[in-house]
Design a protein around this ligand. Structure first.
Ligand SMILES: Nc1ncnc2c1ncn2[C@@H]1O[C@H](COP(=O)(O)OP(=O)(O)O)[C@@H](O)[C@H]1O
Ligand SMILES: Cc1ncc(COP(=O)(O)O)c(N)n1
Length: 273
């Protein structure tokens, strides 16, 4: 059995965070383990409260699982504070795992999920050891320090991020305009490609980023090459958005049941750049 781990926050509403990650892992046939960094009281309207977990206990959750299970791929989501980021990096320092860093900063409803003082810690401790990072446009702008209003800016930001030592940057285009949802993927070796899918006009996008990075982690855990894992994950999230469950009155969650029913009917165009 392929084993993966998510180090992230709990979303009591079940649409994002640890809950989205475990649903994705289950649907993709890998065994999911967890280290919870924070609890959120959350629904499809937004985040009502956050309680963070102490650094030592985040580390203990990770170390306890890693002592027993051969975890092949690990993702991080909401890490909340510089202290938690430092603790996670300390645990990962002597481990050999594929690392997917989703630099979660702000929830769809606007609530901060990462303290501002933690952005530097993320750049210093986690980006250099990442196999792949998956920023959305606002996160890429924060991390690179440049404003992003065009595809050209996004490319510039990706190259700034590659200088931190990360092996691959997936610039998610969910927040850009246009009929296509375009994600641009840049590797440290200078190669790149674009993935395009039809943009779905919907409010049901709570947890899209978590779902996408969890799917990359699951496919890496199953032994897929990084590029194939990223493309397959885009198909998973496209299906999860395009077959909405219509739960809740705000930004509804993605649908994890869709992939197994429709995986041969999804179109993601891959354009080599
Ligand atoms: N309305 C949409 N239709 C199709 N794909 C989308 C849509 N919104 C986001 N995506 C895709 O979902 C994934 C997550 O993107 P994004 O929403 O930018 O991340 P985040 O949830 O971190 O803000 C990306 O692959 C993006 O292209
Ligand atoms: C606990 C937690 N983690 C992450 C997100 C971000 O969700 P999204 O995938 O929509 O950016 C969230 N809303 N809550």
């Amino acid at each position: 059995m392929d084993i993966v781990m998510t180090v992230a926050g709990s979303d009591s509403g079940g649409g994002a965070g640890i809950q989205a990650d475990l649903k994705t892992f289950q649907e993709l046939g890998v065994f999911g383990t967890t280290a919870i960094t924070a609890l959120t009281a959350q629904n499809t309207w937004g985040v009502e409260g956050i309680v963070s977990v102490e650094q030592d206990f985040v580390k203990q959750q990770m170390l306890t699982v890693l002592a027993d299970f051969p975890v092949r791929a690990l993702k991080t989501g909401m890490l909340f504070s510089a202290e938690i980021i430092e603790g996670v990096a300390q645990v990962l320092a002597d481990k050999d795992m594929l690392l997917v860093i989703d630099p979660v900063m702000i929830a769809k409803g606007g609530a901060p999920l990462l303290q501002r003082s933690a952005i530097e810690a993320l750049k210093k401790h986690l980006l250099p050891i990442a196999t792949v990072i998956t920023p959305n446009i606002p996160e890429a702008a924060e991390l690179s320090g440049i404003e992003i209003t065009s595809a050209e800016d996004a490319k510039k930001a990706a190259h700034i991020l590659l200088q931190t030592g990360v092996n691959c940057v997936v610039m998610k285009g969910g927040h850009l305009e246009g009929d296509q949802a375009v994600d641009a993927v840049y590797f440290a070796d200078g190669t790149s490609f674009m993935m395009e899918s039809q943009r779905i006009r919907t409010k049901q996008t709570h947890g899209t980023g978590c779902t996408f990075s969890a799917a990359i982690t699951a496919f890496l855990g199953k032994g897929f090459e990084l590029k194939e894992a990223i493309i397959e994950a885009k198909k998973y999230v496209q299906l999860a958005i395009s077959h909405p469950l219509n739960i809740g009155n705000g930004h509804g969650p993605t649908n994890h049941f869709a992939y197994k029913h429709y995986k041969n009917q999804v179109e993601v165009m891959v354009v080599e750049a």
